[in-house]
Design a protein around this ligand. Sequence first.
Ligand code: G6P
Length: 509
Amino acid sequence: MGEAEAAIDDGGLILVSHRGPVQFSRADDGARSAERGGGGLVTALSSLAGQLGEARWVCAALTDEDAAVVAEHDGASFDLDEHLDEHLGPEGGDTDDGLRLRMVTVDDDAHEAFYSIIANPLLWFVQHELWDRPDAPDLTRREHDAFEHGYAVVNRRFAEVVAEEVEEVAAAGGRATVMVHDYHFYLLAALVRERCPDVFLHHFVHIPWPQPDAWRVLPPPMREAVFTGLLGNDVVAFHTERFARNFLLGCQELLGLDVDLDERTVAVDGRTVAARAYPVSIDPEELGERATSAEVGEHERALWGLRRDYLILRVDRTDPSKNIVRGFRAFDLLLRDHPELAERVTFLALLQPSRQDVEEYADYTQAIRRVVADVNLEHGTADWQPIDLRLEENLDQAVAAYLVFDVLVVNAIVDGMNLVAKEAVVLNRREGVLALSETTGAYEELGDFAVTLYPFDVAQQAEALYQALTMGADERRERSQGAARWVRDHDVSAWLHAQLADIAALRGA
Ligand code: G6P
């Protein structure tokens, strides 16, 4: 354990996120199974929890089986490894040593309003600036009710649970450090602080933080609740300096608070809140091990069968922020401009269906299917399908595809970080080219090694794809090695340690 970890270890660490490290389900034969929660956040946090001594993790019970697990433990926290061993045998128990899980059940209606009306789409769409504003959003009674009876209710429920955990730590003589994650819990810190004034609270926002005016989409009571909730923290953290600065500017312009842009702090209620940037990353070793598994090997062989002269790849959730439709339109344009590429290039799209109970996401998935059908109809031949669309969740297949791509496309409209770019450059064995949107957090680190994409410029994306496909061997090697080296030198441990070092310093101050 390093110095920074030791400094917070006396108090115990409490992680809070909506999606937890595992999700339980029950098969038809009655057997319980556990799957890892989806998304980049859970990947990073699992790795973080694994590196710290006795962390507690507070998350939502999202399935009926999660609720059954909660009931078995009378709503209290439990040792995750022990539980998995007991129910799934040793196979299931290789997760995070010593991690105590506290799953929180919430009323179904409140959760639906919290998740499907406020967090996604409202907050996600504000922060990724995704609307056609003449048409959307409409903030009707439904959204106001969902904020009050969904988002606020779930935040209050989680705040109570977190406060109980903090008080347990205090009763044992420690001072807890709470690390809250993402846009589901903007109101939480202020509520916890009311009950536990001495706690150290840190909130990591994994998605972009836009400029102050973007928040004017929300009426003052909502946007002020978001900002004041977050200002209950000691540290509000983001992936980039730009997002941290936008947050401070929002405090200044929307709340009229005193901010210090050089020190990156804001003064509120006699306290100082710091805004910081820590770019999240991956665990290259763990990923490298996975890449050597038999399952990945099998997928890899199948993908070699698919690859002709070139394989273009994208791996994303089916999220409007990922800009998947424009990416396919750029590919369409590439094939029109370069008929010599016909039958020689395949665009493999590994897309995990996401948030399909939110209307905007279901519509977007349909739009993806339509554009793929159009492009394949226009350019496909009897034995060549230009776009190979696979709508499924299959991590082993994605890892295999990372090994063999020639060009990886990440053309997101905007993205907090984008861990796909980092995973892919570390694993790829073909000196593949990263084509990366300038508006992703990852671009601040990997932009120099990438072919830049401008997310709204379909014509430019087509040209950039051509440049990437035809780049000379030396340049490809230099760029791909440089990118892989950067990610290895700035891995998820570095992300964690930078935060813990700051927490240790601020707690001591
Ligand atoms: C992004 C968000 C996470 C979220 C994940 C998956 O990575 O930052 O907070 O968990 O997407 O989304 P979901 O709605 O399925 O949890």
